[in-house]
Design a protein around this ligand. Structure first.
Ligand code: PPS
Length: 288
């Protein structure tokens, strides 16, 4: 397989990795995609719990039966709408479709607003997102790479970061916060109590799972279960795309790892920018 170049597409106001995305695939996602009333979208800023939700949603829709998550790749079960294979994956997929996206709200399918489709938006502490993305950029050969952590933090805080800045992404999606069709989840909350979050997701989706099925969803979407599931752990992706010699996609899966990476000066600067950008938004991030 050919390696993806570390090249970016400028799509409207955001930069998106090339190779896996094309202008055509982004136009499809944003402008042409026909949303169905029973579509379910797993929306995240990168490194905020995307893969986790792919697994949880797959397991909820199989009523806790792990067979599908052990038989089919996560990206086929809950495909990304904006990637080059989005159209092929989604056009003829039977309902209800489970769909993943990192798109900011303003580039989300235009057809969405006329439907009853549901969106689950998962938010993670941006400092931990930054750390996770730093390590991911060593593995993902399509990502812009900065060896020096401080350089990476500067990139993360700039408009050149993939899918736009975390701040604008989160604020954009929070404009929908009063919609009954949006469920906001917190990565940190899921770390603390996965079962109550799975129950909350089921309620939002109108899925009635009994206690044994809920427990099975929790068991099969644990960090360890996913890390050892070849259908979800990206081990099948060739090294030209995900270089496994440079790290593991399932790195730590914890809340608060930024404390092991940010210097006090970096924390202070990040906090200053956070406060400036998020002044009207009330979010908190618990740490273990
Ligand atoms: S991506 O590339 O945007 O799809 O990445 P994404 O899946 O959003 O984020 C990857 C981080 O999520 C962690 N992860 C989990 N944490 C806890 N429990 C489970 N089950 C789980 N699955 C994935 C993964 O380890 C990455 O975080 P870091 O901090 O790098 O470990």
């Amino acid at each position: 397989m050919m390696a993806f170049p570390r090249q970016y597409i400028q799509y409207e106001d955001i930069r998106i990795p090339g190779g896996v995305h094309t202008v055509e695939s982004l136009n499809y996602a944003s402008k042409e995609f026909e949303t169905r009333d029973d579509d379910v979208f797993n929306v995240t800023y990168p490194k905020s719990g995307t893969t986790w939700l792919q697994e949880i949603l797959s397991l909820i829709y199989s009523n806790g039966d792990p067979t599908p998550v052990k038989a089919t790749y996560s990206w086929d079960r809950v495909p990304w709408i904006e990637q080059h294979s989005g159209r092929q994956h989604l056009e003829n997929k039977p309902s209800p479709r489970l769909i993943t996206t990192h798109l900011p709200f303003h580039l989300f399918p235009q057809s969405f607003s006329k439907t009853k489709a549901k969106v689950i938006y998962t938010i993670r502490n941006p400092k931990d997102v930054c750390v996770s993305l730093y390590y991911f950029s060593k593995i993902a050969q399509f990502m812009e790479y900065r060896d020096d952590f401080q350089d990476f933090v500067s990139l993360f805080l700039s408009k050149d970061i993939i899918f736009g800045r975390w701040f604008e992404h989160v604020k954009g999606w929070l404009t929908l916060k009063d919609s009954p069709n949006l469920l906001i989840l917190s990565y940190e909350d899921m770390i603390k109590d996965l079962k109550s979050n799975v129950t909350k997701i089921c309620k939002f989706l109108g899925k009635e799972l009994d206690d044994a099925a809920i427990n099975s969803v929790v068991e099969h979407s644990s960090f360890q279960a996913m890390k050892s599931n070849p259908m979800s752990n990206y081990s099948a992706v060739p090294n030209e795309i995900f270089n496994k010699d440079h790290g593991n996609f399932y790195r730590k899966g914890i809340a608060g790892d930024h404390k092991n990476h940010f210097t006090p000066a970096q924390e202070e600067e990040f906090e200053r920018i956070y406060k400036e950008c998020m002044k009207d938004i009330n979010l908190s991030f618990t740490e273990n």
